[in-house]
Design a protein around this ligand. Structure first.
Ligand code: NAI
Length: 336
């Protein structure tokens, strides 16, 4: 999707200008970081973005000046640390990759102490300045930062669960890539619904629901599931202290943003996993969950149930739920 939209932006610039009445201002908060920079670049190539607002406590004006020279139609502005409200003025979509990444040996939960307050403060500013904006949370631990955003907006009286998303797309991207490798097919033919949350055992790939994945069993299955759940660790280890996934995450973040923008612009049938306020396990006290979600002009349109699971997937889900519940409660408690 991303490649297609990037191509469209270059070759159909004129065609697009006739429909440029759809004004979509997108903000990236944390735009100076490892994810923020390539994400900003990819969003600059998306023809559905008409204005790009780049904010960071460090370096956003420089990133904006650089990205603004790319020959697509959108306007790019960078904002320094003290200009958060200006950066958010009139935005329709806010993507948040602000915060610290993991180092070797760390879990995503280890980031909580630093990132919880960063995300809370940014969400609070969005709630104040752009209460109608859709908020896409990349900052980890996503299982906790999404409930933090929700609770912060709730306190301000502006929470709409249809407009708050945890970006779990990297798990979906990895699953397709890894399964594609095993099945020796293009990843586009190996798309896997990945449900649950976004950390180790809370990541539940539903391989049985895909043509290429359902025959995989035994050790190959176990290794594939482990790789999907802990693929992030491969990157953290290889970067050796210099951070976690940034480029593949920027790709995934841009892919999810593109999906949402297409849906906001009226495209039907845009369905992708994302971590949202969900009724699926609410009776067990787990009120945020990632499953296939159809996106629409108002954000979340329809939350799909999980469908039928294999015995192995039932077990994965059993391991996911208590951990996810803990992560969600930790996020809520932080704001309360
Ligand atoms: P980074 O350290 O390279 O960049 C983070 C940026 O956030 C920095 O430029 C920093 O100045 C900025 N920042 C810090 N406090 C801020 C504030 N209050 N307002 C605005 N900007 C602020 O980190 P990286 O690698 O870009 O990762 C960012 C986050 O994304 C981390 O929490 C990481 O764990 C998470 N992540 C999430 C993934 C997912 O699948 N959802 C995948 C990979 C990383």
């Amino acid at each position: 999707m991303l490649a297609r939209s990037a191509l469209r932006s270059v070759s159909n610039a004129r065609a697009f200008s006739s429909s440029a009445s759809r004004q979509t201002k997108v903000a990236v908060l944390g735009a100076g970081g490892g994810i923020g920079q390539p994400l900003s670049l990819l969003l600059k190539t998306n023809p559905l973005v008409t204005e790009l607002s780049l904010y960071d406590i460090r370096g956003a004006p420089g990133v904006a000046a650089d990205v603004s020279h790319v020959d697509t139609h959108s306007e790019v502005t960078g904002y320094p640390a003290d200009k958060l409200d200006e950066a958010l003025d009139g935005v329709k979509v806010v993507v948040i990759p602000a915060g610290v990444p993991r180092k070797p040996g760390m879990t995503r939960d280890d980031l909580f102490n630093t990132n919880a307050s960063i995300v809370r403060d940014l969400a609070s500013a969005v709630g104040r300045v752009a209460p109608e904006a859709h908020i896409l949370v990349i900052s980890n631990p996503v299982n906790s930062t999404v409930p933090i955003v929700a609770a912060t907006l709730e306190k301000l009286g502006v929470y709409d669960p249809k407009r708050v998303f945890g970006v779990t797309t990297l798990d979906v991207v990895r699953a397709a890539r890894f399964l594609g490798g095993i099945a020796d097919v293009n990843p586009s033919e190996a798309v896997v619904p990945v449900v649950g949350g976004h950390s180790g055992p809370t990541i539940v790939p539903l391989l049985s629901q895909t043509a290429k994945g359902k025959g995989i069993t035994g050790e190959v299955y176990d290794k594939l599931v482990h790789r999907i759940q802990f693929g992030g660790d491969e990157v953290v280890k290889a970067k050796d202290g210099a951070g976690s996934a940034t480029l593949s995450m920027a790709y995934a973040g841009a892919k999810f943003t593109d999906a949402l923008l297409r849906a906001l612009n009226g495209e039907k049938g845009v369905t992708t996993p994302t971590f949202v306020k969900s009724p699926l396990f609410a009776d067990q006290g787990i009120d945020f969950f990632s499953s296939l979600v159809e996106l629409g002009p108002n954000g979340v349109e329809k939350i799909h149930p999980l469908g039928s699971l294999s015995a192995s997937e039932e077990k994965l889900l059993e391991a996911c739920l208590p951990e996810l519940k803990k992560n969600i409660e930790k996020g809520k408690a932080f704001v309360a």
